[in-house]
Design a protein around this ligand. Structure first.
Ligand code: ZN
Length: 290
Protein backbone atom coordinates (compact mmCIF):
# COMPACT_ATOMS: atom_id res chain seq x y z
CA UNK A 1 0.00 0.00 0.00
CA UNK A 2 2.94 2.29 0.77
CA UNK A 3 4.10 1.89 -2.84
CA UNK A 4 1.09 3.96 -3.96
CA UNK A 5 1.41 7.68 -4.73
CA UNK A 6 0.98 9.85 -1.63
CA UNK A 7 -2.79 10.43 -1.17
CA UNK A 8 -3.90 14.04 -1.75
CA UNK A 9 -5.28 14.45 1.78
CA UNK A 10 -1.86 13.58 3.21
CA UNK A 11 0.03 16.11 1.15
CA UNK A 12 1.03 19.65 1.77
CA UNK A 13 1.99 21.37 -1.48
CA UNK A 14 5.56 22.57 -1.53
CA UNK A 15 4.43 26.08 -2.52
CA UNK A 16 3.16 26.43 1.07
CA UNK A 17 6.36 25.03 2.50
CA UNK A 18 9.00 27.03 0.67
CA UNK A 19 7.55 30.42 1.54
CA UNK A 20 10.32 32.50 3.12
CA UNK A 21 9.87 33.14 6.82
CA UNK A 22 8.04 36.36 7.50
CA UNK A 23 10.62 38.27 9.56
CA UNK A 24 9.77 41.85 10.50
CA UNK A 25 12.70 44.23 9.86
CA UNK A 26 14.76 45.17 12.90
CA UNK A 27 14.09 41.92 14.77
CA UNK A 28 17.14 40.90 16.77
CA UNK A 29 18.16 37.55 18.29
CA UNK A 30 20.79 36.94 20.94
CA UNK A 31 23.28 34.19 20.09
CA UNK A 32 23.05 31.42 22.67
CA UNK A 33 26.80 30.92 22.64
CA UNK A 34 28.54 34.28 22.26
CA UNK A 35 25.61 36.42 23.48
CA UNK A 36 26.07 38.82 20.55
CA UNK A 37 22.92 40.45 19.23
CA UNK A 38 22.32 39.45 15.62
CA UNK A 39 19.81 40.72 13.09
CA UNK A 40 17.26 37.87 12.76
CA UNK A 41 17.14 38.13 8.97
CA UNK A 42 20.92 37.94 8.76
CA UNK A 43 20.85 34.88 11.02
CA UNK A 44 18.19 33.13 8.91
CA UNK A 45 20.02 34.01 5.66
CA UNK A 46 23.13 32.48 7.22
CA UNK A 47 21.20 29.19 7.78
CA UNK A 48 20.76 30.04 11.49
CA UNK A 49 24.51 29.90 12.06
CA UNK A 50 25.87 32.78 14.15
CA UNK A 51 27.99 35.02 11.86
CA UNK A 52 30.13 35.99 14.88
CA UNK A 53 30.98 32.65 16.54
CA UNK A 54 29.72 30.01 14.06
CA UNK A 55 27.32 28.50 16.62
CA UNK A 56 24.72 26.34 14.88
CA UNK A 57 21.32 27.32 16.26
CA UNK A 58 18.50 24.77 16.24
CA UNK A 59 16.28 25.03 13.23
CA UNK A 60 12.66 23.91 12.79
CA UNK A 61 12.05 20.67 10.89
CA UNK A 62 10.56 22.44 7.87
CA UNK A 63 13.70 24.55 7.52
CA UNK A 64 15.59 21.27 7.16
CA UNK A 65 13.35 20.31 4.26
CA UNK A 66 14.19 23.61 2.55
CA UNK A 67 17.86 23.06 3.27
CA UNK A 68 18.09 19.51 1.93
CA UNK A 69 15.63 19.26 -0.97
CA UNK A 70 15.95 20.92 -4.37
CA UNK A 71 14.07 24.25 -4.10
CA UNK A 72 10.31 23.67 -4.19
CA UNK A 73 10.73 20.06 -5.31
CA UNK A 74 9.19 18.20 -2.37
CA UNK A 75 5.93 17.54 -0.60
CA UNK A 76 5.06 16.52 2.92
CA UNK A 77 3.21 13.30 3.61
CA UNK A 78 1.64 11.64 6.66
CA UNK A 79 0.82 15.09 7.93
CA UNK A 80 -2.47 14.06 9.49
CA UNK A 81 -1.35 11.85 12.36
CA UNK A 82 -2.27 12.90 15.89
CA UNK A 83 -1.39 11.39 19.20
CA UNK A 84 -3.90 11.07 22.02
CA UNK A 85 -3.23 10.83 25.74
CA UNK A 86 -3.04 7.04 26.15
CA UNK A 87 -1.97 7.16 29.81
CA UNK A 88 -4.18 10.08 30.80
CA UNK A 89 -0.92 11.75 31.74
CA UNK A 90 -0.95 14.88 33.82
CA UNK A 91 2.12 16.53 35.34
CA UNK A 92 1.85 20.24 35.98
CA UNK A 93 -0.45 20.32 32.96
CA UNK A 94 -2.62 17.87 31.01
CA UNK A 95 -0.63 16.26 28.16
CA UNK A 96 -3.49 17.17 25.78
CA UNK A 97 -3.00 20.85 26.66
CA UNK A 98 0.75 20.57 26.11
CA UNK A 99 0.07 19.11 22.68
CA UNK A 100 -2.38 21.88 21.87
CA UNK A 101 0.09 24.65 22.70
CA UNK A 102 2.93 22.86 20.85
CA UNK A 103 0.72 22.58 17.76
CA UNK A 104 -0.16 26.27 17.93
CA UNK A 105 3.46 27.30 18.45
CA UNK A 106 5.00 25.18 15.69
CA UNK A 107 2.06 24.69 13.26
CA UNK A 108 3.00 21.01 13.23
CA UNK A 109 0.82 18.03 14.16
CA UNK A 110 3.67 16.45 16.09
CA UNK A 111 7.47 16.63 16.40
CA UNK A 112 8.26 14.94 13.07
CA UNK A 113 7.81 16.04 9.46
CA UNK A 114 8.00 13.56 6.59
CA UNK A 115 8.61 14.69 3.03
CA UNK A 116 9.36 13.18 -0.34
CA UNK A 117 11.14 15.06 -3.06
CA UNK A 118 14.33 15.42 -5.05
CA UNK A 119 17.85 15.99 -3.80
CA UNK A 120 20.24 16.83 -6.61
CA UNK A 121 17.53 15.58 -9.00
CA UNK A 122 17.35 12.15 -7.31
CA UNK A 123 14.24 11.05 -5.38
CA UNK A 124 14.70 10.82 -1.60
CA UNK A 125 12.73 10.89 1.63
CA UNK A 126 13.41 13.05 4.65
CA UNK A 127 12.05 12.53 8.15
CA UNK A 128 13.01 15.52 10.30
CA UNK A 129 12.41 16.11 14.01
CA UNK A 130 11.45 19.50 15.42
CA UNK A 131 12.88 20.47 18.80
CA UNK A 132 10.32 23.26 19.19
CA UNK A 133 7.56 20.63 19.50
CA UNK A 134 8.00 19.21 23.02
CA UNK A 135 11.77 18.98 22.66
CA UNK A 136 11.56 16.86 19.50
CA UNK A 137 10.58 13.97 21.75
CA UNK A 138 9.65 10.63 20.21
CA UNK A 139 6.11 9.59 21.08
CA UNK A 140 3.91 7.20 19.13
CA UNK A 141 3.36 9.64 16.21
CA UNK A 142 7.07 10.38 15.74
CA UNK A 143 7.88 6.65 15.84
CA UNK A 144 5.07 5.91 13.39
CA UNK A 145 6.19 8.65 10.99
CA UNK A 146 9.84 7.58 10.98
CA UNK A 147 8.67 4.00 10.39
CA UNK A 148 6.32 5.00 7.57
CA UNK A 149 9.08 7.04 5.89
CA UNK A 150 11.32 4.02 6.13
CA UNK A 151 8.64 1.70 4.70
CA UNK A 152 8.12 4.10 1.82
CA UNK A 153 11.88 4.18 1.19
CA UNK A 154 11.83 0.39 1.11
CA UNK A 155 8.85 0.16 -1.23
CA UNK A 156 10.14 2.82 -3.63
CA UNK A 157 13.80 1.83 -3.27
CA UNK A 158 14.97 5.37 -2.62
CA UNK A 159 17.28 6.74 0.12
CA UNK A 160 15.96 7.80 3.51
CA UNK A 161 17.49 10.65 5.50
CA UNK A 162 16.50 11.34 9.08
CA UNK A 163 17.37 14.59 10.84
CA UNK A 164 17.47 14.24 14.61
CA UNK A 165 17.00 17.08 17.04
CA UNK A 166 15.60 15.54 20.16
CA UNK A 167 15.86 15.06 23.89
CA UNK A 168 14.71 11.43 23.53
CA UNK A 169 11.53 9.50 24.24
CA UNK A 170 8.36 11.36 25.25
CA UNK A 171 7.76 10.73 28.93
CA UNK A 172 4.06 11.59 28.71
CA UNK A 173 3.51 8.47 26.59
CA UNK A 174 5.55 6.17 28.84
CA UNK A 175 5.88 2.65 27.48
CA UNK A 176 4.16 3.60 24.19
CA UNK A 177 7.04 5.98 23.61
CA UNK A 178 9.75 3.45 24.52
CA UNK A 179 8.22 0.93 22.12
CA UNK A 180 8.98 3.34 19.26
CA UNK A 181 12.67 2.59 19.78
CA UNK A 182 12.14 -1.06 18.85
CA UNK A 183 9.76 -0.18 16.04
CA UNK A 184 12.03 2.37 14.33
CA UNK A 185 15.13 0.18 14.84
CA UNK A 186 13.31 -2.70 13.19
CA UNK A 187 12.35 -0.45 10.26
CA UNK A 188 16.03 0.55 9.83
CA UNK A 189 17.00 -3.14 9.91
CA UNK A 190 14.65 -3.86 7.02
CA UNK A 191 16.24 -1.04 5.00
CA UNK A 192 19.66 -2.49 5.66
CA UNK A 193 18.59 -6.00 4.61
CA UNK A 194 17.21 -4.62 1.35
CA UNK A 195 20.31 -2.49 0.69
CA UNK A 196 18.39 0.82 0.73
CA UNK A 197 20.64 3.75 1.68
CA UNK A 198 19.83 5.37 5.02
CA UNK A 199 21.65 8.47 6.27
CA UNK A 200 21.23 9.81 9.78
CA UNK A 201 21.94 13.50 10.36
CA UNK A 202 22.52 14.39 14.01
CA UNK A 203 21.93 17.97 15.07
CA UNK A 204 22.10 19.57 18.50
CA UNK A 205 20.89 17.75 20.57
CA UNK A 206 20.60 14.11 19.46
CA UNK A 207 20.19 12.22 22.68
CA UNK A 208 18.52 9.44 24.68
CA UNK A 209 15.80 7.25 23.10
CA UNK A 210 16.19 8.76 19.61
CA UNK A 211 19.95 8.29 19.66
CA UNK A 212 19.55 4.80 21.11
CA UNK A 213 17.36 3.79 18.16
CA UNK A 214 17.08 4.96 14.54
CA UNK A 215 19.47 7.93 14.82
CA UNK A 216 22.47 5.68 15.45
CA UNK A 217 21.59 3.13 12.78
CA UNK A 218 22.38 5.01 9.57
CA UNK A 219 24.67 3.57 6.92
CA UNK A 220 26.37 6.90 7.36
CA UNK A 221 26.08 9.05 10.44
CA UNK A 222 26.57 12.73 9.75
CA UNK A 223 26.78 15.18 12.63
CA UNK A 224 26.46 18.93 12.60
CA UNK A 225 29.41 20.83 13.97
CA UNK A 226 29.16 21.21 17.76
CA UNK A 227 26.10 18.96 18.20
CA UNK A 228 25.56 17.22 21.54
CA UNK A 229 25.29 13.49 20.87
CA UNK A 230 24.77 10.78 23.48
CA UNK A 231 22.40 8.78 25.61
CA UNK A 232 22.44 10.22 29.13
CA UNK A 233 23.55 13.83 29.61
CA UNK A 234 27.13 14.69 30.62
CA UNK A 235 26.10 15.81 34.15
CA UNK A 236 24.41 12.46 34.89
CA UNK A 237 27.45 10.54 33.59
CA UNK A 238 29.91 12.65 35.61
CA UNK A 239 27.83 12.02 38.76
CA UNK A 240 27.60 8.29 38.04
CA UNK A 241 31.30 7.72 37.45
CA UNK A 242 32.27 10.24 40.10
CA UNK A 243 34.97 11.77 37.90
CA UNK A 244 35.64 14.51 35.40
CA UNK A 245 34.72 14.08 31.77
CA UNK A 246 37.20 14.74 28.94
CA UNK A 247 37.07 18.07 27.10
CA UNK A 248 34.50 18.09 24.30
CA UNK A 249 32.81 14.94 25.65
CA UNK A 250 29.67 13.98 23.66
CA UNK A 251 30.22 16.72 21.11
CA UNK A 252 30.25 15.92 17.37
CA UNK A 253 34.06 16.01 16.94
CA UNK A 254 34.63 13.86 20.02
CA UNK A 255 32.11 11.29 18.70
CA UNK A 256 33.86 11.24 15.31
CA UNK A 257 37.28 10.74 16.89
CA UNK A 258 35.85 7.78 18.82
CA UNK A 259 34.14 6.19 15.81
CA UNK A 260 30.53 6.94 16.70
CA UNK A 261 30.04 9.45 13.88
CA UNK A 262 31.37 9.24 10.31
CA UNK A 263 31.42 12.87 9.20
CA UNK A 264 31.12 16.23 10.95
CA UNK A 265 29.85 19.04 8.76
CA UNK A 266 29.25 22.76 8.86
CA UNK A 267 25.60 23.47 8.03
CA UNK A 268 26.54 25.35 4.86
CA UNK A 269 28.13 22.14 3.48
CA UNK A 270 25.22 19.87 4.38
CA UNK A 271 23.23 20.14 1.13
CA UNK A 272 26.33 19.69 -1.06
CA UNK A 273 27.58 16.59 0.78
CA UNK A 274 24.16 14.99 1.23
CA UNK A 275 23.44 15.50 -2.49
CA UNK A 276 26.71 13.81 -3.37
CA UNK A 277 25.94 10.89 -1.02
CA UNK A 278 22.39 10.43 -2.33
CA UNK A 279 23.72 10.29 -5.92
CA UNK A 280 26.57 7.95 -5.07
CA UNK A 281 24.49 5.54 -2.97
CA UNK A 282 21.53 5.54 -5.38
CA UNK A 283 23.87 4.69 -8.27
CA UNK A 284 25.53 1.87 -6.39
CA UNK A 285 22.14 0.52 -5.21
CA UNK A 286 20.84 0.49 -8.79
CA UNK A 287 24.01 -1.15 -10.07
CA UNK A 288 23.58 -3.90 -7.46
CA UNK A 289 20.08 -4.73 -8.75
CA UNK A 290 19.90 -8.08 -10.53
ZN1 ZN B 1 27.46 33.59 18.36
Amino acid sequence: MINQPIPKRDRKPSSDLVKPLDIPPGLVETCKKCNERIDKKQLVDNLWVCPKCDHHHRIPAREWLKLLFDPGDYEEFDSNLYTVNPLNFYDSQDYRDRLKSARLKTRLDDACVNARGKIGGMPALVSALDFYFLGGSMGSVVGEKVTRASERALAERIPLITVSCSGGARMQEGMFSLMQMAKTSNACGRLRQAGIPYFSILTDPSTAGVMASFASLGDLIIAEQGALIGFAGPRVIAQTIGGELPVGFQRADFCREHGFVDIVLHRRDMRKIVTRLVRMFTDSMNRALP
